[in-house]
Design a protein around this ligand. Structure first.
Ligand code: ADP
Ligand code: NA
Length: 330
């Protein structure tokens, strides 16, 4: 029996991924790759919708791919590739843009947010059509499920609408994908600002645990995490967002229940708790970091692996694209 197909990806928008990406995406991908025929992409074409230095973008793309592998995405098991290496993404995006309503695309809340932040001069047409490219990413692979964060749900809904529209206009061509939204407990907040989501684009990285930080830095950031004056290790997102966030990280990395961690640290101070958490995080990150650095030390070998995987992706994508061209009369 063939496994159902899964597609997901991340932008190469920083030198290192952070613990939010790790818990919210990579750990789940690693598990899912066992039961799905998984395609994991580093979406560099999407990253062009933000200003980028070319050499830095190329480096971030390699580093992101290395971290996927280091975190346990196996390139011999999953198809792990760079989006721009597979030309069909851009080609299908064009076709899909011709069946996407201007008003429909204009309703995407991520575009509204980002364009407001960038201002109208810095807002490109590419930022506007970003969700159409994302639809192409997903539909090219006849994807069954798309694990995404909450913020991407609307884009997957658009993807479904476009698939259904194309199918009804031109005949059955695309599988209609289902979004799998990450659990709330997988949302990680900034250690210095525990009511806002940990994000690569935060102004300061004092509250961000980067996968590639050295252990000393990771420990320091955890010891300095914002908590509260109550002094008890208790999960209460309303009144104790800092401690709750640390508990969520602890639980996610150890597979333990939050309650059992609360019990372990009952009657002990935040210092002990943070030390315990720092050990957990360092133990988890150290081997990932080592593997990533080893992979990055041999760029030719990494590029070879990515080229082989792009070839695998190409084969599937080209079949879908050929069918699409045929149906629309190209
Ligand atoms: P991109 O723009 O590449 O999608 P993001 O950093 O927004 O980059 O997200 C990459 C992946 O990591 C997504 O699956 C997202 O849901 C997850 N992710 C990002 N930040 C967090 C966070 N703070 N907590 C949990 N998951 C996160
Ligand atoms: Na995102």
């Amino acid at each position: 029996m063939t496994k159902p197909r899964l597609y997901s990806g991340m932008q190469p928008s920083a030198d290192s991924l952070h613990i939010g990406n790790y818990i919210g995406a990579l750990m789940q991908w690693r598990d899912l790759q066992e039961s799905y025929d998984a395609f994991f992409s580093v979406v560099d074409l999407h990253a062009l919708t933000q200003p980028n230095d070319p050499a830095e973008l190329r480096e971030k793309t390699r580093r992101t791919a290395a971290q996927y592998i280091a975190a346990g995405i196996e390139p011999s098991k999953s198809t792990l590739y760079v989006q721009s290496h597979v030309p069909a993404h851009a080609e299908l995006a064009w076709i899909l843009s011709t069946i996407t309503g201007f008003g429909e695309a204009g309703r995407m809340t991520q575009f509204k947010d980002k364009s407001q932040r960038y201002g109208s001069e810095a807002t490109s047409v590419g930022l506007f059509t970003y969700p159409v490219l994302m639809a192409a990413d997903i539909l090219l692979y006849q994807t069954d499920i798309v694990p995404v964060g909450d913020d991407q749900k609307q884009h997957v809904e658009l993807t479904r609408d476009l698939a259904e529209r194309f199918n009804s206009r031109y005949g059955q061509t695309f599988r209609v994908p289902t979004p799998v939204i990450q659990r709330d407990t997988a949302r990680i907040f900034d250690l210095q600002n525990p009511t806002s989501k940990m994000s690569k684009s935060a102004e300061s990285d004092a509250g961000i645990l980067w996968l590639l930080d050295d252990p000393g830095k990771t420990r320091k950031k955890i010891m300095r995490a914002v908590t509260d004056s109550e002094g008890s290790v208790r999960y209460d997102t309303e009144n104790k967002p800092g401690v709750s966030n640390l508990l969520v990280i602890y639980a996610a990395l150890t597979g333990r229940q939050v309650g059992s961690i609360e019990d372990e640290y009952a009657g002990r101070g935040y210092g002990d708790f943070k030390k315990g958490l720092a050990e957990v995080v360092v133990e988890e990150f150290a081997p990932v970091r080592e593997r990533a650095l080893t992979l990055l030390a041999d760029p030719a070998e990494l590029d070879r692996v990515l080229a082989v995987n792009a070839g695998k992706a190409d084969e599937v994508a080209d079949r879908t694209l050929a069918d699409v061209y045929d149906r629309v009369g190209l």
